[in-house]
Design a binder for this molecule. Structure first.
Ligand code: LLP
Length: 422
């Protein structure tokens, strides 16, 4: 459930009409709903065993105001870079609620995380283990570590967001896990605390999760028999969200929580989770204005002022986003088909092909739904287009939480070297 609903014929974010924001902020812009973020966080937290750490995956949405909203609810953070670590700390997420994931942590990033005193490193390879050991010893510290195990389970999601099969770069292969834990135990800068697993994103079926968690359980038993202290399990993120209205909904957090509780009840471990999309996706929309309606030979194009530089998911993953007219259409009104495209000079700058939508005309506003996760964070300034600004709504209050950059801001990022007269 989200808080983007029609009221008096206008799509609103909580109590704020999107038409008002368009007037004040200009288009395109991202709009996030505090109540939706909070609801998703609370529903997820409420479904899980008590005491679990919910580390919001900052890669899904790293805006300071979004992180602060979640920090106020007690969320931790899952970070995958020094930049995300800095963002999480700056937003007030306590270091002891931060987990550091990712296959390519550098020594500098490890130092920053050890210095901050994070909850744990999710280590993904033996070379990373050795590097972390060296950094920790230099700093006179021991790094709390889980090893991320690749359980070789197919999450049955889009190939570009599958991470738990043997073909992907992620995690330590299940068959090498005992060996890797054995090696970790010999390293004085490493303190083994548990096991981590993450099999992919936008997973809409509980079965692959259960398979992976059961495999982790087998491993926990073996590792304990080998004498390791396995006190924590990080079960990753990945629970999918509904992108398509009226489609069978993905598993709800309650069903996921019940499965987790059942599968892990005998492990005696503290659990952590890294949800991103589940919390943020349906808490955000991208609002855009129709520039032209162009009648082609075979199709009608709605050319809007948001582009693939603002939201790259459809181009990159063929992902579906619902598109709503901000002015509520009259019941039973016509729904012609449009290719909804952006102004970027790429054929892949396509938000929806042949989509039945209310009759659109130049100047109309549309909302691209489910854009709160992997939207603004993946934006670029391709075609010298300043990425869409971000707005956060809470009840009838709203604030610009990332302003629109000007052309001067974009140009000022470049420097002309001395030999060119700079
Ligand atoms: N933990 C780890 C180790 C991850 O790699 C990811 C996502 C998450 C947690 C959060 O997963 P979530 O709960 O959001 O599914 N840009 C793509 C998604 C990439 C996901 C990468 N890893 C998209 O727009 O669909």
């Amino acid at each position: 459930m989200n808080h983007f609903q029609y009221r008096d014929g206008v799509l609103c974010a909580e109590d704020v009409p999107l038409t008002l924001l368009a007037e004040k902020v200009g288009t395109p812009f991202y709009c996030y709903s505090t109540a939706t973020l909070a609801r998703h966080y609370q529903v997820f937290a409420g479904a899980l065993p008590k005491g679990a750490l919910i580390a919001f995956s900052v890669k899904a949405n790293g805006n300071q105001a979004v992180l602060k909203t979640l920090a106020n609810l007690g969320a931790g953070a899952d970070v995958v870079s020094g930049g995300e670590l800095a963002r999480a700390l700056a937003a007030g997420i306590p270091a002891n609620r931060i987990v550091f994931s990712g296959v390519g942590k550098t020594a500098a990033e490890m130092r920053a995380a050890l210095d901050a005193g994070i909850y744990q490193f999710n280590v993904e390879s033996e070379p990373e283990l050795l590097a972390l050991n060296a950094v920790a010893l230099q700093m006179g510290k021991r790094a709390p570590v889980t090893l991320r195990i690749n359980p070789d389970v197919d999450a049955k999601t889009h190939a570009k967001i599958t991470t738990g099969t043997a073909e992907t770069k992620f995690g330590i292969p299940f068959v090498h896990a005992r060996e890797a834990f054995g090696e970790a135990a010999t390293l004085p800068g490493i303190e083994i605390v548990g096991v981590d697993v993450h099999i992919g994103s936008q997973i809409t079926n509980l079965e692959p999760f259960e398979q992976a968690f059961v495999r982790v359980g087998e491993l926990v038993r073996m590792l304990r028999a080998d004498g390791h202290n396995i006190a924590r399990l990080d079960l990753g993120g990945g629970l999918g969200v509904p992108y398509v209205q009226d489609n069978a909904p993905p598993p709800d957090p309650a069903a996921y929580g019940a499965m987790v509780t059942r599968v892990t009840k005998d492990f005696g471990c503290t659990l952590s989770f890294e949800p991103g999309r589940l919390i943020a996706a349906n808490a955000g929309v991208l609002v855009s204005q129709v520039i032209y309606i162009k009648r082609g030979d075979a199709k009608t194009f709605a050319i809007i002022d948001a582009g693939m530089n603002d939201l790259i998911r459809p181009a990159l993953y063929d992902s579906h986003h619902e598109i709503l007219a901000v002015k509520e259409p009259a019941p039973g009104s016509a729904r012609p088909r449009y290719d909804v495209v952006g102004p970027v000079c790429e054929t892949s700058d396509l938000f929806a092909a042949g989509r039945a939508l209310p009759e659109l005309k130049s100047g109309d506003l549309v909302a691209i739904m489910s854009a709160g996760a992997y939207g603004a964070v993946m934006a670029s300034s391709y075609n010298a287009r300043p990425p869409a600004p971000e707005v956060l709504v809470s009840g009838d209050e709203w604030g610009i939480v990332r302003p629109r950059q000007t052309y001067d801001d974009l140009i000022a990022q470049d420097h002309i070297p001395a030999w060119l007269g700079g």
